[in-house]
Design a protein around this ligand. Structure first.
Ligand SMILES: Nc1nc2c(c(=O)[nH]1)N=C([C@H](O)[C@H](O)COP(=O)(O)OP(=O)(O)OP(=O)(O)O)CN2
Length: 135
């Protein structure tokens, strides 16, 4: 089995709903997403997937949608205020935890047709969450 990974750094703001702690307030992170692809065989070039293809498909989407953006839950009461002020937001159906951001990037990578098996989202230097293919 072969694996390739590419790391994508991006900055985002968020806050957690239904959470008692400092993360219930608006704050930001320098996050890193690690995209893990897996396959049993290689193409004629000897590659599982060209690292450049991961950049073109996944990093571009992250740059355009998540980077320097506020990731907020659809139910967040501050959402209409920010929209009214012309602020940039990315609306999530779920609470914007590291787990749910990892899943969001996983599903986007799969939608691009890449053989993704895991996405790790480093939210801080010390904490990460991962989402992998259902068994
Ligand atoms: N399982 C999860 N736990 C937490 C999440 C999360 O997404 N999933 N998110 C947060 C906060 O958003 C953020 O990550 C801050 O965490 P915290 O450890 O409190 O902050 P620091 O890394 O700055 O820790 P210090 O010890 O204050 O340096 C919380 N939990």
């Amino acid at each position: 089995m072969y694996r390739v990974t590419r790391e994508i750094a991006f900055c985002y703001g968020h806050r957690l709903l239904n959470y008692e702690g400092k993360c219930k307030h608006l704050h930001g992170h320098n996050g890193r997403a690690v995209i893990v692809l897996e396959a049993q065989s290689l193409d004629a070039r000897g590659m599982l997937v060209d690292f450049v293809e991961i950049k073109q498909k996944v990093q571009r989407w992250i740059d355009e949608n998540l980077d320097h953006n506020m990731l907020l839950c659809r139910d967040d009461p501050i959402l209409p205020v920010l929209v009214e002020q012309g602020e940039r937001v990315f609306v999530m159906d779920a609470n914007p935890t590291a787990e749910n951001i990892a899943r969001l990037i996983f599903e986007r990578t799969a939608d691009e047709g890449l053989p993704v098996v895991e996405v790790i989202l480093w939210e801080t230097e010390k904490c990460y969450a991962a989402y992998s293919s259902p068994a």
